[in-house]
Design a protein around this ligand. Structure first.
Ligand SMILES: [Zn+2]
Length: 483
């Protein structure tokens, strides 16, 4: 993962004759600190999130098999609903500012990376949240979305269950989830020290910085007002969107989808005239379940503005449906419906559908987005087993480890024997990443693994050897040693 080289200007010049480094070129062209990867969900209108059950196979390698143990680790600290809410809050903080929606779904425990779909798999979330123990130098890892990872592993996140997570203090679970979900949505690291997407943990965050907001909007755009807002917005009864013409003559029901509470101050108003043949009782329903994480607040008024019914969803972290029933409905009378967020948190925004039923039949079902997208040709591994390749990203617990990771990645991208990769920053090869995540910071081990990837010492040029020496010299300044 292109971990931006924050210390680039402070490092000594490399050996003479080194090739241009793609990363430095990128740096010169930057206008803003955030960095978008060029990857994005094909169906941002609904991105699902699931919690991987314990015992799910996460990775297999020479060191054996690794299984998720997130529930047993975190349930020992908090109620399941509490720690899961921290992760869901992190997702919704991103959704609040961009043209995306989340839904929490179940997870069937399929081996990591083995699902059949890039997005919309009925058995698991697009973002699968798991956890297992790796080196305490790293807090979590995450995969970029398609097309970079064009199979089930895209967007998946693993939390390091060896880390002593906390809620509200170091290491704050929501903060780490916020950073990794940023990657899972397509953002790379920001060079801005205060941004959530800065690659080193720097205190608890529960909001995005303007840099993070600019980044997520560069990928998905800002959250857009729905089409029923009209030129003036439908925030008041005076500018209410009329449903009258949409009421079905037979069923006396109307349904409008693709509605959106776009900001925490957005209010959507609708009006209608009860048609002849109305039953005398009407049911009004707002559904965000399966559409977004919005907590709706719904109220119904008569023509004079008297409230007839009111209810709202509170403290839910997974969308909901709020339904009101009003009796004494008179044909020919005007009624108003008002929808807004139940609170001013990020959960006060999101997509929803509105249904009004003045007849005696069943409420028409809301159709949910179909985001099903089959796997692309697998980029690495057979069958797509997650094996620490393909845009894996990590959030480092400290600056020295982050610098070591950056320097290793620079070295890998600049070894001349690796010339076929020129022009694109390549992630570190799987054995090197595995070693890092396992806490192996021995410079001799790490450089030997890199050289092995190139086919051995005999394939190295003198210039490669000089660059390895330079890497070792540089890393030793941070206290890493050759052992
Ligand atoms: Zn990161």
């Amino acid at each position: 993962m292109p971990l931006f080289c924050r210390a680039a200007g402070k490092q000594p010049a490399g050996p003479p004759g080194r090739r241009a480094r793609p990363r430095l070129e990128e740096l010169e062209e930057r206008w803003v600190p955030y960095a978008a990867s060029g990857n994005a969900w094909p169906h941002p209108e609904l991105i699902t999130l699931s919690f991987v059950p314990d015992g799910t196979l996460m990775a297999s390698g020479s060191g054996g098999s690794v299984y998720s143990n997130m529930f047993s680790k975190f349930n020992g600290r908090w109620a399941a609903a509490q720690w899961q809410a921290e992760v869901v809050k992190a997702a919704q903080v991103w959704a609040q500012y961009a043209n995306i929606n989340f839904d929490v779904v179940g997870d069937n425990g399929t081996t990591s990376g083995q699902g059949g779909y890039q997005q919309g798999d009925p058995g698991m979330g697009d973002l699968r949240i798991s956890g297992y123990g790796f080196s305490s130098n790293y807090l979590a890892l995450g995969y970029l979305p398609p097309p970079g990872n064009n199979y089930s592993v895209g967007g998946d996140i693993a939390l390091n269950t060896n880390v002593a997570y906390n809620i509200g203090s170091t290491y704050d679970l929501q903060t780490v989830a916020l950073h990794e979900i940023g990657h899972a949505l397509g953002l790379l690291h920001s060079t801005l020290r205060t941004a959530d997407m800065y690659p080193i943990y720097a205190g608890a965050f529960s909001e995005l910085t303007t840099d993070d907001i600019s980044g997520i909007r560069a990928i998905y755009g800002a959250r857009q007002p729905d089409a029923r807002e009209g030129l003036l917005g439908n925030d008041t009864f005076l500018t209410a969107y009329s449903l009258t013409s949409q009421i079905n003559a037979t069923t006396k029901a109307a349904q409008v989808g693709n509605l959106d509470i776009t900001t925490t101050s957005d209010v959507d108003c609708f009006s209608f005239v009860a048609p002849a043949g109305s039953s005398g009782t009407m049911t009004v329903s707002v559904q965000s379940a399966g559409l977004s994480l919005l907590r709706p607040d719904l109220s119904v008024y008569d023509a004079l503005g008297n409230m007839l019914a009111w209810n709202y969803a509170s403290d839910t972290y997974d969308g909901s449906t709020v339904t009101l029933t009003v009796s004494g409905v008179s044909a020919g009378q005007t009624y108003y419906v008002q929808v807004m967020g139940a609170d001013t948190t990020a959960f006060g925004t999101g997509k929803y559908a509105l249904t009004v039923n003045l007849g005696t039949g069943a409420m028409p079902a809301v159709s949910l987005p179909n985001t099903l997208t089959a796997n692309g040709a697998v980029l690495s591994g057979s069958g797509g087993l997650a094996n620490f390749t393909g845009n894996l990203d990590t959030m480092a617990a400290n600056a020295k480890v982050e610098r070591l990771t950056n320097r290793l990645e620079q070295l890998w991208n600049n070894l001349s024997s690796h010339g076929s990769q020129q022009g694109a920053t390549q992630p570190l090869p799987a054995p090197v990443l595995s070693a890092l995540l396992n806490g192996d910071v021995s410079l001799s081990h790490l450089t030997r693994l890199l050289v092995q990837q190139l086919g051995g010492v005999s394939n190295l040029t003198l210039q490669d050897a000089a660059m390895i020496t330079w890497f070792v010299w540089d890393a030793k300044k941070d206290g890493f040693s050759w052992y």
